[in-house]
Ligand binder design. Structure first.
Ligand SMILES: [Zn+2]
Length: 98
């Protein structure tokens, strides 16, 4: 029997109890990512709801969702290139880490 390799970094051995095999370091990183995403969602929900209520009589739900996706892409979302100012800000506050 061979040990599973980590789906993220390829290290061996991956922890056996996860659905997706991850090494201990990647397991910790995924936990931090999930916490940060949850934190962002909690902070953004009241703002997004207020914004959507303001524009609800002008745009259909799919149009509002598309506008929200554009904002996410401006910050480096999976479908878009990060806006130069957003990326510069993120580099500055993280001390320039890639
Ligand atoms: Zn790993």
């Amino acid at each position: 029997m061979t040990a599973a390799t980590c789906d993220r970094c390829g290290d061996v051995p991956a922890l056996p109890f996860r659905e997706t095999p991850l090494c201990p370091a990647c397991t910790a990183q995924v936990g931090l990512e999930e916490a940060a995403a949850s934190h962002l969602h909690e902070l953004m929900t009241p703002v997004v709801r207020q914004w959507a209520a303001h524009w609800a009589h002008t745009f259909r739900p799919v149009e509002l969702a598309a506008l929200l996706a554009c904002e996410g892409e401006a910050w480096g979302g999976p479908a878009g290139e990060p806006d130069e100012n957003a990326l510069a800000y993120l580099h500055r506050i993280t001390g320039g880490q890639a």
